[in-house]
Ligand binder design. Structure first.
Ligand code: ADP
Ligand code: MG
Length: 325
């Protein structure tokens, strides 16, 4: 039974980045205004997510790592739940089954701090801990008890790239949350949490990219309620597509339609195999989008793919035209 559980866990928790995604979601759900992600050795050695959210009592802590426990309303498969949809109260339980997991937490509303460790699925006692209000979750030795799964992990730099991508997307989607990412004790980026996309892009991608960004904003058009965000000047590009970030109703998604739509807007202006930066927020009526997600992916399909594509291309094209491009 424990073995079956470990295998199942490995299917869902694929790599350090998937752990970071779940922990970051939990911190957001806890209304944190500051979230710090620190990883060691690409996250394989260890990773820690600290927040200043609502925190947990001793009883909350105990419940948090049990099977199928969630303090959150579930049941509606809408986009708002897409982040935790794959788990439904199982992320911490699942992570605890394949690592050494320590949670320290103190309620923001007062009371003492406590900590709890889970090793390979076995939870220890909840003990007092002198921690600040909020929550720190530490995951060490991921997959130490599932060697087959551990073998699938790539080089530290590759695993860190995945972690970086996850934290970057969440930072961009939540400019009001001060987000810090550290790797092996060094700060990779830190957003201010000032609430504006421009300063968040500056923190995450640097001055050259930030200063080349062009405002996109469009009224309702076709199946879309709105399109807004920033795209880069056609000369500010990278070799990979990973800097094309798209969000649907505030959630990071990978949607080929949206990426293609952005690229179409540039026409022939991009050099061969070069891709622009984009941070684009698309709002649609919830019933116009199909959330067909595997917990590891964030894929969506629109009822009217062609209409969405055209509306996004038009919005980005107009933004570029406004700049004389
Ligand atoms: P879910 O997020 O689907 O509820 P999880 O296993 O991710 O399931 O978390 C279980 C529970 O633990 C949450 O419902 C929440 O009550 C609590 N929890 C987890 N992380 C935090 C956090 N960072 N701050 C406050 N509470 C948390
Ligand atoms: Mg969760």
């Amino acid at each position: 039974d424990a073995t079956v559980r470990r295998i199942a866990a490995g299917e869902v928790v694929e790599r350090p980045a998937s752990v970071v995604k779940e922990l970051f979601e939990n911190s957001l759900d806890a209304d944190a205004s500051r979230i710090t992600v620190a990883v060691e050795g690409g996250g394989v050695e260890g990773l820690r997510v600290r927040d200043d959210g609502v925190g947990m009592t001793a009883a909350d802590l105990e419940r948090a790592v049990e099977e199928h426990t969630t303090s959150k309303i579930t049941g509606s498969d809408d986009l708002d739940r897409v982040g935790t949809l794959g788990f439904r109260g199982e992320a911490l339980h699942t992570i605890g089954a394949v690592s050494r997991l320590t949670i320290r937490s103190r309620p923001q509303s007062g009371g003492r701090g406590h900590e709890l460790t889970v090793e390979g699925g076995t939870a220890g006692e909840v003990t007092p801990s002198g921690c600040p209000p909020g929550t720190v979750v530490e995951v060490e030795d991921l997959f130490y008890n599932t060697p087959a799964r551990r073998k699938f992990l790539k080089a530290e730099t590759t695993e860190f790239d995945h972690v970086n991508r996850v934290v970057t997307q969440y930072a961009l989607a939540n400019p009001e949350v001060a987000t810090t990412l550290e790797h092996d004790g060094r700060e990779v980026f830190a957003t201010e949490g000032a609430g504006d996309l421009e300063s968040t892009i500056l923190a995450v991608y640097g001055r050259e990219v930030a200063s080349s960004m062009i405002d996109v904003s469009a009224e309702p058009s076709g199946p879309l309620n709105s399109v807004s965000g920033l795209v880069s000047h056609p000369e500010t590009t990278r070799a990979g597509r990973e800097y094309l970030s798209t969000f649907v109703n505030g959630r990071y998604v990978t949607a080929g339609t949206l990426r293609e739509a952005v690229l179409d807007a540039y026409g022939g202006q991009l050099a061969t195999d070069r891709y622009p930066f984009a941070v684009l927020f698309v709002a649609v009526p919830p019933d116009a989008v199909d959330v067909n997600v595997h917990p590891r992916k964030m894929e969506v399909r629109f009822d009217d793919e062609a209409g969405v594509r055209e509306a996004v291309t038009t919005a980005v094209r107009e933004a570029l035209l406004d700049e004389g491009l």
